[in-house]
Design a protein around this ligand. Structure first.
Ligand SMILES: [Zn+2]
Length: 214
């Protein structure tokens, strides 16, 4: 806790005075350019990786960066998506997985979920991704290979779930919104993005800049 209080004191004495104008500007409204949905994992700090700040990203975080399909579980994630897309009219919806994800490791090792009924139930929305990789990877695949493949397959699966939300489907159809699937590699600080044409993840800085239909 001391670290947190010391950080707050530093924010009040150094950061806030420097950014006071920005905070005043943001006091009454926000116009974030993207909805950023990622895992709750403490090692992912989107504003650090993307060098964004207050007002830039609308955040949604949950274990496993999961988007329940529309109608299956009305809750915080669905409400956040609806508000970001329909009210704030964000231009981008980014779903970001990450290396060493505890949720994906839990999926690969069912026994570790035995005492975590809520996590086990929540992770059912990632199970189709696990089934997909089990079909494509042979029995000789290593644990690391399976984990890395699952992390990516889960992002692609959650993108499919996102499209089932009427707000997202309508915004994609009208050209307001673009949907992106990313993964973040913690030890190397590298972001890769899903490239739909090749069905592969490519380094984000090598991807063509996404263009809206209008
Ligand atoms: Zn995670």
């Amino acid at each position: 806790m001391e670290k947190l209080i010391a950080g707050y004191k530093k924010f009040r004495s150094e950061v806030y005075p420097e950014k006071q104008d920005l905070f005043q500007q943001l006091a009454q409204s926000q116009n974030p350019q993207a909805l950023f949905l990622t895992c709750s994992d403490s090692r992912i700090v989107p504003d650090l990786v993307l060098q964004t700040g207050p007002g830039d990203l609308f955040h949604c975080r949950d274990v496993g960066n999961i988007v329940p399909p529309y109608g299956e579980m009305p809750g915080g994630v669905s409400a956040t998506i609806e508000y970001a897309v329909s009210v704030l009219k964000v231009r981008h919806f980014i779903i970001c997985g990450h290396s060493d994800c505890g949720a994906m490791k839990g999926l690969l090792n069912h026994r570790s979920l035995d005492s975590l009924p809520n996590a086990a139930s929540w992770l059912r929305f990632s199970r189709p991704a696990l089934e997909t990789i089990e079909k494509t990877l042979g029995p000789e695949a290593s644990y690391d290979q399976r984990l890395q493949t699952l992390i990516r397959a889960n992002v692609v699966r959650q993108m499919e779930h996102a499209r089932t939300h009427p707000s997202v489907a309508a915004a994609l159809a009208s050209g307001q919104l673009l949907l992106h699937g990313w993964t973040y590699d913690i030890p190397h600080g590298i972001v890769e993005a899903f490239h739909p044409e090749s069905s592969q993840f490519l380094s984000l800085d090598q991807m063509p800049l996404p263009v809206h239909a209008k």
